[in-house]
Design a protein around this ligand. Sequence first.
Ligand code: HEM
Length: 197
Amino acid sequence: MNTQQTKVWDIFIRVFHWSLVATFAIAYLTEDDFTTLHVYTGYSIITLIILRLIWGLVGTRHARFNDFVVSPKNVIRYLKDVIQFRAKRYIGHNPAGGAMVLALLASLSMTVLFGMLVYGSAEFSGPFSFLGDSVGNSMADAFGEVHEFFANFTLLLIFLHVVGVAVASLQHKENLVRSMFTGYKKTDNMINHNNET
Ligand code: HEM
């Protein structure tokens, strides 16, 4: 048996991932009663996302967007392969995982953006505090609705993300969660997007 390991997730990706999990959980649980903590975890989330976007351009090989962002056609083809239990094993994010990374980052960004708009228009605080004087209560309520929608939509994406991680781990008999802690994956049967036919 080949037990050779290769480094896939650098330290930035691992710290980013588990910090995002923690900050999202805190933000979700503090929405009603702990406004200051809720707001500061929101700022932490958007800071993490901005750093991740930069790392997606200049970071290590499997952290880069050009390593895992593929066309929707390839994502659908990959999902069909998953259903038929013949999906290839990828060393970085697989095509569906890559699409999910983008969806999670986008949905989290929208959640934080609309959170800051609510905070500015209803509480006259934060980067959009200038909105307080110019928008009415109905607009602040609308921002609140959109903020809540994206928070719940993100939760749905997280559920699908965790299911996807579990399915890929089972199909390829590997522990992807452990890899997100250690940074390493086994090198047998692996393919990179660049090697795709
Ligand atoms: C406890 C639940 C979670 C587990 C077990 C988990 C596990 C994982 C694993 C194993 C990967 C790597 C997938 C691969 O090998 O391609 C990953 C990636 C990722 N996960 Fe999670 N995850 C969890 C929760 C979350 C949450 C709550 C978020 C967002 C708030 C999230 C966002 C992401 C993102 C953005 C990536 C891509 C990492 C990167 O390339 O920067 N995950 N997750």
